[in-house]
Design a protein around this ligand. Structure first.
Ligand SMILES: [Fe+2]
Ligand SMILES: [Fe+2]
Length: 168
């Protein structure tokens, strides 16, 4: 059984994962209108992935006798400036999410909820991977700078980072 405090904190994380999915969907759509197919399919897949993070939390809360609440979300931006700015936004967002997971883990320790603590370890590993991936992409973009040919190759390259089963 979840304590009220844990249930509230997990519901907040559900909202954050849903919001991540929305932001990446907005990035996917923007990238598609810019003609960058690779970046766009990467973002569509990333958006789906965030939705699975959210669903995993929804199932967990309900299985443990809580009630996963689906809340309204703020609208994400419509455009993202440049690809560099967009991936910087993605990286900053992932760092923020990692911090939220850490805060959540702190709460599980004060509440002595070791089952939720254990469950959240999956998110800890996932955040390490996602931050590393975002950093890796940012490094590549910084190497390219404003070179158009480089951006074209980057677009192809980023497609490889998209899981084949989630490619649109
Ligand atoms: Fe996530
Ligand atoms: Fe993420």
């Amino acid at each position: 059984m979840l304590s009220g405090k844990i249930e509230k904190a997990l519901n907040e994380q559900i909202r954050i994962e849903a919001e991540s999915s929305q932001i990446y969907l907005a990035m996917a759509s923007w990238a598609e209108t810019q003609g960058f197919e690779g970046v766009s399919s990467f973002m569509f897949a990333h958006s789906d992935e965030e939705r699975t993070h959210m669903l995993k939390l929804v199932k967990f809360v309900n299985e443990r006798g809580g009630h996963a609440v689906i809340s309204t979300l703020d609208a994400p931006p419509v455009s993202f400036g440049s690809f560099k700015e967009m991936f910087q936004t993605l990286f900053d967002h992932e760092v923020m999410v990692s911090q939220k997971i850490n805060d959540l883990i702190d709460i599980t320790l004060t509440e002595k909820d070791y089952a939720t603590h254990n469950f959240l370890q999956w998110y800890v590993s996932e955040q390490i991977e996602e931050e590393a991936l975002a950093r890796n992409i940012l490094d590549k973009i910084n190497l390219i700078g404003d070179d158009k040919g480089g951006l074209y190759l980057f677009d192809n390259d980023v497609k490889m980072l998209t899981a084949p089963n989630t490619e649109l």
